[in-house]
Design a protein around this ligand. Structure first.
Ligand code: SF4
Length: 332
């Protein structure tokens, strides 16, 4: 990427879900799905977000999209050089914001109404966003279908007449109708066969290049994320533990959690055998996170300080590689 221009600045974002119990539905605790997440997203990049199930990556995507009402923090979006905090937006402003940021969901089967023809599913968002001319709507629909290599006459079919890969391509096309700047893709290929995954990923890369889109690419498949992303964010229990460009993260991971995660990627037998790092124990509940570093009960490098002090995400050797671990922190 030549010049880096920010499109999102996420500051101390929190998404806590209350746990209510009893007759009076009293709040007895919180599930801290996203806990104090700060992150920059640059225009035109693909930012991969990885972590185990339940680490908060999908909730982060939905909260950036304002599908969840965040508990705290800011999400600043670049409106032609001026950053506006979308957490303060009115419903009308959010409606306009969603033209700029669209989401592609994991399950293409449930993303399309089985009772409606593709034509209706594609026409509705355009009507909602004020494209009043039928000719104009049909022109846009045909354009986006061509982008995903689906024939325009398929508009008159029902979702069940398409394969899984075609359905996901339809979902991508529908998201492109309003000419967004950012696509938040939440596990976009994990419901598809491996051969179809490659097709969809390559198509997404081509569309990104043609339209200059920014992707937030959420996935648990590390190979898929490596293939797609310029930079990668690793999450554990609602927090970011490491951020680096794709090559650095895979070649020189720093955080013990990232090392364990990457050691689980299968390698072809002819290549040198890789040592698998298995973290002991289970992922703790996000309701009762351990004190200090959340990984400390499972970390092979745990020190006394790790049990008390939560490490801050900071620059490693003042570079672009960020890590939240006392192994790399400056001495107090
Ligand atoms: Fe392990 Fe301590 Fe680093 Fe946490 S801060 S990952 S417990 S070494």
């Amino acid at each position: 990427m030549a010049e880096k221009e920010l499109i999102f600045q996420i500051k101390n974002l929190q998404m806590w879900f209350p746990i209510r119990k009893g007759f009076m539905r009293k709040t007895t605790g919180h599930v801290k799905a996203v806990d104090d997440v700060s992150l920059d997203v640059y225009k035109g990049e693909t930012l991969g977000i990885v972590g185990e199930s339940g680490c908060g990556k999908s909730t982060l995507g939905k909260t950036i999209m304002m599908l969840n009402n965040p508990t705290g923090g800011q999400v600043l979006f670049n409106y032609e050089g001026q950053f506006k905090d979308i957490t303060k937006f009115t419903s009308q402003e959010l409606f306009q914001f969603r033209k700029k940021v669209q989401m592609v969901f994991q399950d293409p089967y449930s993303a399309l109404n089985p009772l409606k023809k593709i034509y209706t599913a594609f026409e509705e968002p355009l009507k909602v966003h004020g494209v009043s001319s039928k000719e104009e709507r049909e022109r846009i629909m045909e354009d986006v279908l061509k982008m995903v290599n689906i024939q325009p006459d398929y508009l008159l079919r029902y979702p069940h007449e398409f394969s899984g890969g075609q359905r996901q391509r339809l979902c991508i096309a529908r998201a492109l109708e309003v000419r967004p700047e950012v696509l938040i893709c939440d596990e976009p290929v994990s419901a598809l066969d491996v051969s179809i995954q490659a097709q969809v990923l390559n198509l997404m890369k081509k569309i990104q290049k043609d339209l200059g889109l920014t992707y937030l690419f959420i996935a648990h498949d590390l190979s898929v994320v490596q293939y797609m992303s310029n930079r990668i964010v690793v999450m554990y229990l609602g927090k970011i533990v490491e951020i680096a460009d794709s090559r650095t993260l895979y070649d020189e991971p720093l955080h013990p959690y990232t090392c364990a995660l990457l050691s689980a990627i299968p390698v072809p037998q002819i290549r040198q055998e890789k040592k698998r790092i298995v973290l002991p124990g289970e992922v703790p509940s996000p309701i009762r996170k351990p004190t200090g570093c959340a990984l400390h009960p499972r970390c092979p490098h745990c020190m006394e300080k790790c049990k008390q002090v939560d490490p801050v995400l900071s620059r490693y050797k003042d570079g672009e590689h960020l890590v939240a671990c006392h192994l790399y922190g400056k001495e107090d």
